[in-house]
Write a protein that binds this ligand. Structure first.
Ligand code: PMP
Length: 361
C-alpha cells in the first residue's frame, strides 16, 4: 500500500491514525459484532459515539452552554438556504462577497428576502478580503454573512467584520478547527466536514440557543428547521451516522495533539514553508494579498498556462495529488488542512524547487 500526498480542497486528507483506527473497528465496533455503518442510530453504542463527538467538539472550541451543536446533512450548501429560512425574520440580510461560496450563499439568500452585497472583492478576482471596519450594514439586517476562509481563492478573514451589533453568520467549512475561535462572536457557524474533520455528507452547525426558534419563514420544511434538530439532539431522523463517528475520531485526534492552539501553530509552520518558497521563487507566484492569506488553501501560478498544466502533470506522477486549481480559476492550489503533515509540504517545496530549476527562463 502506498499513500500519496493529497492536496485536495475537499474531500481531503484525514489523519492516518484515524483512518487506521476506523479500519480496525470496521467489522466489529468494540465488541458489538457490527460496523458503526450497520448500527442503529438509536442504539446505546451509537448514543455514546454522538454524545462524545459533541462533548469533544465543545471542549475543542470552548463552546458555551448557550450554543447548540447540530450534526446535519446536506453539505455546507444546504446551510445557504437553512440560514435565511431560520434567521431572516425581517427578510433582510447583508452578505460580504469574497468568492464563489459567499456568492452562492448570497444568491440563495435572495430567494427568501432582500440580500444585500455590502462589500466585495470581485474587482480583483477575490484575491483579498475587503476592508470590513466600517461596513454599510443595513439597519434592519437579520445578520451579516461571511465565508471565513475562501477555499477556491485562498483568502481568510484575520479580523472579523464589524457588524455594528448585527448577528455574524460564518461559513467556516475550510478553516474549521484549524485554529482557536471565539464562538461568542458569532450567532451561527457552520462547516461541511469534508475538509478538516471527516467524510462528506456531514455538516456541523453551532448556533446560539436564542436563534433556534419556531419563528421561521413560512413553508420551511421540518427537516430544514434548526429547532427540529436541536430538540432531538441531532437524532430527529437517521443522521449521517458513520460521518459523525469519523468526525468524533478526528476531534479526539485534535485533542490528543494539544487542541486548536497547537494546531494553529502547526498550520502556521506548514503554510510558512510554502509561502516563503513562493515569495522567493522566480517562477511560482502566490495569487493572494499577503495579509489575507489562508493557512489552509494556497493558490499559486507560474503565469504560463502550459507550464501550469505541466507542473500539475509532473507533480501527480511524483505522488502529489490534486494540485490543480479550481476549475473556475486554473493554476494550482495546495490545500494543506490539519491532517497534511509538514513533511508533505516540505516535499512539495523540494519538488517545486526542482521544477523551477528546469523551467526558469
Ligand atoms: N463553503 C465552502 C467554503 C466550501 O469550500 C464548500 C465546498 N468546497 C462549500 C461551502 C460547499 O460545500 P458542500 O459541497 O458540502 O455543499
Amino acid at each position: 500500500m502506498s499513500r500519496v500526498y493529497n492536496f485536495s480542497a475537499g474531500p481531503a486528507v484525514l489523519p492516518e491514525d484515524v483512518l487506521k483506527e476506523a479500519a480496525a473497528e470496521m467489522l466489529d465496533y468494540r465488541g458489538t459484532g457490527m460496523s458503526v455503518m450497520e448500527m442503529s442510530h438509536r442504539s446505546k453504542a451509537y448514543d455514546t459515539i454522538i454524545k462524545e463527538a459533541e462533548s469533544d467538539l465543545r471542549d475543542l472550541l470552548h463552546i458555551p452552554d448557550n450554543y447548540k451543536v447540530l450534526f446535519l446533512q446536506g453539505g455546507a450548501s444546504q446551510q445557504f438556504a437553512m440560514v435565511p429560512m431560520n434567521l431572516m425574520k425581517n427578510k433582510v440580510a447583508d452578505y460580504i462577497l469574497t468568492g464563489q461560496w459567499a456568492k452562492k450563499a448570497y444568491q440563495e439568500g435572495s430567494i427568501y428576502g432582500k440580500a444585500n452585497a455590502i462589500a466585495s472583492s470581485a474587482d480583483k478576482t477575490f484575491s483579498y478580503i475587503p476592508d470590513c471596519s466600517d461596513l454599510p450594514v443595513s439597519e434592519d439586517a437579520d445578520y451579516v454573512y461571511i465565508c471565513e476562509n475562501n477555499t477556491i481563492y485562498g483568502t481568510k478573514y484575520w479580523t472579523l467584520p464589524d457588524t455594528k451589533g448585527k448577528l455574524l453568520v460564518a461559513d467556516q467549512s475550510s478553516c474549521f478547527l484549524s485554529e482557536p475561535v471565539d464562538v461568542t462572536k458569532y450567532g451561527l457557524i457552520f462547516a461541511g466536514a469534508q475538509k478538516n474533520v471527516g467524510p462528506a455528507g456531514t455538516v456541523i452547525v453551532i448556533v446560539r440557543e436564542d436563534l433556534v426558534t419556531e419563528d421561521v419563514l413560512p413553508g420551511t420544511p421540518t427537516m430544514l428547521r434548526y429547532k427540529t434538530h436541536a430538540d432531538a439532539e441531532s437524532l430527529y431522523n437517521t443522521p449521517p451516522t458513520y460521518g459523525i463517528y469519523m468526525c468524533g475520531k478526528v476531534f479526539k485526534w485534535l485533542k490528543a495533539r494539544g487542541g486548536l492552539a497547537a494546531m494553529k501553530e502547526y498550520n502556521e509552520k506548514k503554510a510558512e514553508i510554502l509561502y516563503d518558497f513562493l515569495d522567493a521563487s522566480q517562477l511560482f507566484k502566490g495569487t493572494v494579498v499577503k495579509k489575507d492569506r489562508s493557512l489552509m488553501n494556497v493558490p499559486f501560478v507560474t503565469g504560463d498556462e502550459e507550464l501550469d498544466a505541466l507542473f500539475v502533470k509532473e507533480s501527480k506522477a511524483a505522488g502529489f495529488e490534486n494540485l490543480k486549481g479550481h476549475r473556475t480559476v486554473g493554476g494550482m492550489r495546495a490545500s494543506i488542512y490539519n491532517a497534511m503533515p509538514a513533511e508533505g509540504v516540505e516535499k512539495l517545496v523540494e519538488f517545486m524547487a526542482d521544477f523551477e530549476k528546469k523551467h526558469r527562463k
